[in-house]
Design a protein around this ligand. Sequence first.
Ligand code: SF4
Length: 343
Amino acid sequence: MNSQQMYEHLKSMVGNVVPDGEIRYKAEIAVEINRLKKERNAVILGHNYMEPILYNSISDFVGDSLELSRKAAATDKDVIVFCGVKFMAETAKILNPTKTVLLPADAGCSLAASITAADVRALKERFPGVPVVTYVNTYADVKAESDICCTSGNAVAVVESLGSQTVIFLPDEFLAGNVARETGKHIIFPTLTIPDAPSSDLDYQMIGWNGRCEVHEKYTLDDITRVREQYPDVLILAHPECSPEVTAACDFSGSTMAMIKYVENTHAPHYLLLTECSMGENIAAANPDKNMLRLCMVRCPHMNQITMENTLESLQQNKIVIEVPEEIRVRAVRAVERMIAIG
Ligand code: SF4
């Protein structure tokens, strides 16, 4: 595809959400990235939170963490460029130790930064024998301390697969609360430094942690009330990293892939997506016949670090190369593969 063909392709895909000048400028970069991708035998994995042009021009596969982990596990390419954040690129490396995994910018995550491997070890000491489920939005050394990983798409299935009375579920406080509600479990959030009140130690089935996604924590019940007053027939979708109060007040809660399918398969006068802004833009671009209300308050500052420009540089200059020490990788891969097996 030459620049003009790429421009026309992008115009048809994202013309309803991206200005013309930006499409023309980025079409040229996209052509160069695709040329280099072939030359280097690389695959580009684009998370659903990537900006619309990157999502629609250079990504060989798009999806959520689970979907992209599966693609990373199955690829036969020499180089994986992960257009997402660091914990995702680490997961690709965990699954592909002999391949080169590149992350175009040093993009972190508030949730992944909320817990350390030492925190997990301390919890295991405090609750011996209790299986540890870790959200895939964590770093490799935290995964290495876990029995199994999960994504927002399969968290309930993962917890139920363990057949355990009690589960440690880390680190997202809100995802844990949503899973607890769905599975009927009572959850506690123990602190490791201050002793808990004795009553909080009684009759619990889940042990959580106070990590949060800095994007999804911002949505409130007031946002929902205001929109429903103005648009009584709106269908509201929320990501499970939103608070349990918010997801309970919505019409649907699910992973990014589940939200995409839900919008595709329903016909409502208006939709409102309580999730990251670019994800909303990508769904709007793919469904031009549907009326998506914009309540885009939060672009993830970490995902936003990945651009067309630095993806090109990443392939040109082989950066940033992601490494996971083998001693950590061999422990982490068990938890990740168990997650992928559950689907
Ligand atoms: S959207 Fe939230 S969970 Fe995802 S990378 Fe950004 S801060 Fe982390």
